[in-house]
Ligand binder design. Sequence first.
Ligand code: FES
Ligand code: FES
Length: 174
Amino acid sequence: MTKLSLTINGRAYGPVDVRDELSMNDFLREYLGMTGTKFGCGAAQCLSCAVIVDAPDGTSYTSPTCITSAASFDGKTIRTVEGHAKDGELSALQKAFIQHFAFQCGYCTAGFLNEGQVLLERLAKAPVKRADLETTIAEALDGHICRCTGYIKYHEAVGDVILADSKRYLAATR
Ligand code: FES
Ligand code: FES
């Protein structure tokens, strides 16, 4: 058993005793009732289960939760799909996903949303040139599998958010 304490979507949880083999996915879904994080392949291949981890240096990255133990998240700060909306207002990315109808069954959506958010945060710190945007989005979302093949819609939705706030996310070309 391990004592687990962590912060999820700005709220502190624990300490709580968890079995060493308990996955983070099961912890979120079964212990906390946060069912937005999905379980797809169970083999770190599809990233439908990815959550955002906030690193101490201010950067963020996604991590699968299906093969990752809950215990390994002790002391970490993470965000799940449940944390994107603020005060009942969907994030710009969530709105763009809806506008593009960028999901079908929705199974992979939380993972794409989290990855898109990580990309926005990275670009806000290190903007890319407009000419490199398509490649940047493609590389960021690479690794996420959508069994309904909604890749283009996700890509376009992320691109729309970046272009709508280009001063923030894109490097000046002059
Ligand atoms: S369910 Fe975790 S990567 Fe597929
Ligand atoms: S929308 Fe169904 S798996 Fe992506």
